[in-house]
Design a binder for this molecule. Sequence first.
Ligand code: FES
Length: 165
Amino acid sequence: MIEDSSKFELTEELKASIDKILVEHYHDFTQIVGILLDVQSKIEQHYIPKIVACYVAEKLPVKLSVIYDCMTFYDALSDKPRGRYPIEICDSIACKVNNNEFLLKTLKELLGIDFGTVTYDGRFTIEKVSCFGACDRAPAVKINGIVYGPLKTKAQMRGLLEQFV
Ligand code: FES
């Protein structure tokens, strides 16, 4: 079940993880995208709730609007709850010519969701993203940083989804 992001609790444990990430990045503003990706990876639903964005802004320090600009610009960052396994579907040229439309259509059908929605059990979301450098495995997807592909048949896609229970 997807939680209401306004009710997200910033625990002491999460604060400590964020503090550690900031130290690892030397509180360096130029590493903001890496910082936000690392912070996001600590949250089960792979997004950055407002309370977390505010905490990072205060601690880095940086303006809150800069954090939201990054989340708007980078596909890999989100301010909305995603599935525990967000499926990033490449929509760049090598994947397009290898029929990523079939991949997309089939995943939507198997999962019963569209963009911007989450499966009933909170496991999956699907998102179109730009090339992530796995063009030799087109059409490809990325789930929690791991690339899978080429995915050309419904059976391959079903097998992939079954790995994430
Ligand atoms: S075009 Fe799809 S991974 Fe590069």
